[in-house]
Design a protein around this ligand. Structure first.
Ligand SMILES: Nc1nc2c(c(=O)[nH]1)N[C@H]1C(S)=C(S)[C@@H](COP(=O)(O)O)O[C@H]1N2
Ligand SMILES: [Mo]
Length: 405
C-alpha cells in the first residue's frame, strides 16, 4: 500500500477484484437518472474510494468524500492524507507504478511521434518539492443556496473540498522539453486513466481538460509523492498533475497521456462544465475557469454551541489563489463591528494561514460569526458571490451560525 492509513476493506477488495482501471461503480454512474453536469450525486452510493472514510473526518457525497473542514483545527499547514478530500468522477483505479507509463503525443512535438516515460525514468529526473492547495472549483457551492438563496447544481460541498499537501515530483516543463515540445505548441490535454465518465447515458470519455502551454511551463508538477509518501491511490497513484492556484479539475489524477497541440484544444470539462454560466456571465459561459479564488472560515461546525461568559479562542484559516493573504478581519456580531484576527503563519501564495481571535460572548442566543480575508493584491471577500448556475468559485464572506448558551 502506498499509504499508511487502513483501507476501507470492502471497496479495496472490489477494486482489486475488478482489476486495474476498472471501475467499481461503472454501472451506477450510467444509471444516474438525468444528466445535469459532471457532479451528479447518486444518493447513498458507496464510493469507489480506497482509503478509509471515518465519518468524524468525512462526509460522503456520491463518488466523492468531503473533509469536515472544522476538523482542520487540529491539523497543521499540511492536510494529512487521511483527512484529504477526494473528488473523483467515477472511482479510484488501483494502478501499479511498475506497469505505468506516460505518453506524450500530438502535432506539438518535434518528432510528431509519441514519447513515453516509465515511472522509473520519471523518478530519475531532477525532482522538485512544493506545498500547494488543491481546491475543487465547487468548494463552498452549497453556500450559494444556504446563504444567498440561489439554486445551483452539482455536489453540495460545504467548505471541505480543499486540502494542502507537500508534493514531490518532476517539473512538467522538464518532461515537455525532453519530449521535444515545439515552439508553436499552445495547448496540452492531460488525461486520466480512470474509467470514462458516463452520465445520463452519455459517455464523455476519460477525464481530460486543456492546459495552456504557458501555465504548463510555469509551475506545474508531475507529482509522485504527497506529504512524503508515494502518492495514495485515491489521489492519483502513481502520478498526477499538480497545477498550483488553479481549480482542482486541472490537477488530473492517474495521469496516462498528454496531447501536445499547436491548436487550441477542448473537452466537455472546458466547454460544458468548469465555466461560469448564468445571467451575470456571457451567453455560452465565461472562459474556462483557471485560477481559484479566496476564502476564509472558522474551524467550527455550523450551529456550534459556545458557552456564555467564557473566553473562547476562535480559530480558522484563510487562503487565496490570487496572492498571499494579507489580513483576516472577523465580526462576532453579524457584521456590525470588525476587528483583525492574529495570523499564525507567514502568508504564501498557494498556501493558507491559520488565524485566531479571542471572544468572550456575554448574551445567550444565536449569533452569526463572520470572517473576511484580503490578499496582498487587494482582493477581498465580497458580501455576496456572483451567482453561476454550476456554483463555482464561491468567494463571499461565510456567515457562520453559532448559538451561545
Ligand atoms: N483523472 C481524474 N483526475 C481528476 C479528477 C477525476 O475525477 N479524474 N477529479 C478532479 C477534480 S474535479 C478535483 S477537485 C481534484 C481532486 O483531487 P483529490 O481527489 O486528490 O482531492 O482532482 C481532479 N483530477
Ligand atoms: Mo473539482
Amino acid at each position: 500500500m502506498p499509504y499508511s492509513s487502513a483501507p476501507a476493506r470492502r471497496s479495496l477488495l472490489k477494486l482489486l477484484a475488478a482489476g486495474p482501471a476498472v471501475s467499481a461503480l461503472g454501472g451506477l454512474a450510467a444509471a444516474a437518472p438525468a444528466y445535469a453536469g459532471p457532479m451528479d450525486v447518486v444518493a447513498d452510493a458507496a464510493p469507489g474510494i480506497v482509503k478509509a472514510l471515518p465519518p468524524e473526518y468525512f462526509t460522503v457525497r456520491g463518488t466523492n468524500a468531503e473533509a469536515r473542514y472544522e476538523t482542520f483545527a487540529d491539523t497543521g499547514l499540511l492536510t494529512p492524507v487521511d483527512r484529504f478530500f477526494v473528488r473523483s468522477h467515477t472511482s479510484t483505479p488501483v494502478l501499479d507504478a511498475a506497469d505505468w507509463r506516460l505518453t506524450l503525443w500530438g502535432d506539438g512535438l518535434h518528432g510528431r511521434s509519441p514519447v513515453h516515460f516509465t515511472y522509473g525514468q520519471l523518478r530519475d529526473l531532477p525532482s522538485v518539492t512544493r506545498t500547494a492547495l488543491i481546491e475543487c472549483a465547487g468548494n463552498g457551492r452549497s453556500l450559494y443556496t444556504t446563504q444567498q438563496g440561489e439554486p445551483v447544481s452539482g455536489t453540495p460541498w460545504t467548505l471541505g473540498a480543499v486540502g494542502a499537501a507537500r508534493w514531490r515530483g518532476v517539473r512538467l516543463a522538464d518532461v515537455l522539453r525532453r519530449a521535444g515540445i515545439a515552439h508553436d505548441a499552445v495547448d496540452l490535454q492531460p488525461r486520466g486513466l480512470d474509467d470514462p465518465y458516463v452520465s445520463g447515458g452519455v459517455d464523455f470519455g476519460r477525464v481530460r481538460r486543456p492546459l495552456p502551454v504557458a501555465k504548463a511551463l510555469d509551475d506545474v508538477i508531475l507529482a509522485y509523492e504527497m506529504n512524503g509518501e508515494p502518492l495514495p491511490y485515491d489521489h492519483g497513484h502513481p502520478v498526477r498533475l499538480v497545477v498550483p492556484s488553479w481549480a482542482g479539475i486541472a490537477s488530473v489524477k492517474w495521469l496516462g497521456d498528454i496531447e501536445v497541440s499547436t491548436k487550441p484544444l477542448a473537452s466537455p470539462w472546458s466547454t460544458d462544465w468548469y465555466r461560469l454560466f448564468g445571467d451575470a456571465h456571457p451567453a455560452g459561459g465565461s472562459a474556462p475557469i483557471s485560477r481559484q479564488t479566496l476564502k476564509s472560515a472558522y474551524h467550527l461546525p455550523f450551529g456550534a454551541t459556545l458557552e456564555a461568559g467564557r473566553l473562547h479562542r476562535l480559530t480558522g484559516r484563510a487562503w487565496s489563489a490570487l496572492a498571499p493573504v494579507r489580513t483576516v478581519e472577523v465580526s462576532t456580531d453579524g457584521g456590525a463591528h470588525w476587528r483583525h484576527a492574529r495570523l499564525h503563519d507567514t502568508p504564501r501564495r498557494d498556501g493558507w494561514v491559520r488565524w485566531s481571535v479571542p471572544w468572550r460572548p456575554h448574551a445567550t442566543g444565536r449569533v452569526t460569526l463572520l470572517s473576511r480575508t484580503t490578499d496582498a493584491a487587494g482582493n477581498t471577500q465580497p458580501e455576496r458571490a456572483v451567482h453561476n448556475t454550476l456554483g463555482y468559485l464561491f468567494d463571499a464572506v461565510v456567515r457562520h451560525p453559532v448559538t451561545v448558551v
